[in-house]
Write a protein that binds this ligand. Structure first.
Ligand code: TYD
Ligand code: MG
Length: 459
């Protein structure tokens, strides 16, 4: 029997080699090559995707009609925001995320709303039987007859079903379970994933169907990492969230039809995902006012402002080495800011334990958080609180200066909208906000500061 031929693929970029080596020549990543059987039975895996549109020929750019007006809203404003105002016909959308985060639930809810609008939708699942999907669906609500469920993993059969049903939207859940029979490799391997995505791409472009692909993200990535998929699709969305927190964030990573700077916020409940149109209010639930060590920062996720509570606890240490922890932000940044406080304000912190926490399970790594960290640490150390109606943001430098941050107007506008009346911000940001005439700041007190020592006046 002839020895079965194997090839090596880079799971990051899809580069193909006949021998294993430590570094991928394509993307220069280390240890990214995985072994996979080479494509058998005549068809070569990784052959370029031909015939995206079978009758297509070169055309003049001005003669091509755009279909901008054909975008369909999904009925979920948070999802539309990330997609860029609804779904575009003929686009291929990858939804990635950890197992159990809620990808199938999100897409099923979207299907329900689309089917209600009389759009025909086909939901293909390689993971659950139609009855299991139905069980989930019953928790979400009632469904119209325009939604078809199909449990199938074989691509050939799925393509036939698409021919018969003629849906406008297809969901493939998940790409790692699908199988192209012409490729002799296990489901989820690089060559399978590449072939299947190629077929789906042809299907989407030739029939003008919107296809959503679910992709699992494994920590190790021993199957085809969705990295390579990302290059082939039009839009990449990541659904993420803290397992312990209830909220989930849908983040655009790539979008050929809209901005990638958008996030959609959802909350997982017993009856599926609920949209959170006002995350700031949501994040502030349960906050105690006027407590020492608690401040509110306005941070940006893309172009969307969020108000988040930042807490610090500073106390005398009983250890030879003081303990420091940071949850939700960079530990080294907290250490650095404490060193700045010690040196520039002469506050002795070297014999204090310090614990910093960003409430609600959010992770913030932008410099605008610095001023809030400094204020929370000072507030806890002195046992005095900042007024409950105050937000702050700003970057802190090594000499204790407070530097301007981006999108200050949006941050202040969000504070006003949520009912805060005082903003402690970098002086240069205050100047530019006062000069700008698109923001009415009459109802809010803007306190500009240049150095962190000025914060002490307000605590
Ligand atoms: P699921 O959509 O299956 O995740 P994924 O497809 O990303 O793997 O959702 C998984 C979790 O969501 C599951 O642990 C149960 C929970 N869940 C709820 O809390 N409420 C609900 O109404 C539904 C449908 C799921
Ligand atoms: Mg799922």
């Amino acid at each position: 029997m002839a020895k079965e031929k194997t090839l090596f693929f880079c799971k990051e970029c899809g580069y193909e080699l006949s021998k294993w080596q430590g570094q991928c020549p394509g993307c220069h990543g280390w240890n990214t090559l995985v072994e996979a059987p080479s494509a058998g039975r005549g068809k070569k895996a990784g052959a370029p995707v031909r015939n995206i549109q079978s009758s297509a020929k070169p055309a003049k750019i001005n003669e091509i009609e755009t279909q901008e007006e054909c975008r369909t809203g999904t009925g979920m404003p948070e999802l539309d925001r990330v997609l860029g105002d609804g779904i575009v016909p003929g686009s291929l959308i990858l939804v990635g995320g950890d197992p159990g985060i809620g990808k199938s639930t999100l897409l099923l809810q979207m299907c329900r709303l689309l089917a209600e609008k009389k759009m025909r939708v086909l939901y293909v699942s390689g993971e659950e039987s139609p009855r299991q999907i139905k069980l989930r669906a019953e928790r979400i609500g009632t469904f119209s007859d325009d939604l078809y469920l199909y449990s199938e993993t074989c691509m050939g059969t799925i393509l036939q079903a698409v021919e018969e049903i003629e849906p406008k939207v297809v969901i493939v859940d998940s790409i790692q379970t699908m199988l192209e029979e012409t490729v002799d490799a296990a489901p989820g391997s690089v060559s399978q994933v590449r072939e299947i995505t190629g077929s789906l791409l042809r299907l989407a472009k030739s029939k003008n169907i919107t296809i959503f692909i679910v992709g699992h993200v494994t920590k190790e990535g021993n199957v085809a990492g969705p990295r390579m998929l990302e290059h082939m699709v039009d839009t990449v969305l990541y659904f993420e969230g803290d397992k312990t927190a209830m909220y989930r964030m849908l983040r655009g990573v790539k979008n050929r039809f809209g901005s990638t700077n958008e996030v959609g916020v959802f909350e997982m409940r017993g009856k599926g995902l609920i949209e959170v149109p006002n995350p700031s209010e949501y994040m502030m639930q349960g906050r105690l006012l006027n407590e020492a060590g608690s401040v509110v920062v306005c941070t940006m996720e893309g172009t969307r402002p969020f108000l988040i509570e930042v807490q610090a606890l500073v106390c005398q240490t009983s250890f030879p080495m003081p303990r420091r922890t940071a949850v939700g932000t960079d530990y080294n940044r907290v250490n650095l800011l404490m060193a700045v406080l010690e040196k520039r304000l002469g506050i002795r912190l070297s014999d204090c334990d310090a614990y910093v926490n960003v409430a609600g399970g959010m992770k913030i790594n932008e410099p605008a958080l610095d001023l809030a960290l400094v204020a929370a640490l000072l507030s806890s150390h002195h046992g005095r609180s900042l007024d409950g109606g105050t937000i702050l943001f700003g970057e802190v430098g090594l000499v204790g200066e407070v530097r301007a941050v981006s999108q200050a107007e949006r941050r202040v506008a969000e504070a006003i909208k949520t009912g805060y009346d005082t903003c402690i911000i970098p002086e240069s940001n205050r100047q530019s906000i006062l000069k700008a005439d698109n923001l009415d700041v009459s109802g809010v007190k803007l306190l500009g500061i240049r150095h962190i020592r000025e914060i002490l006046d307000y605590i």
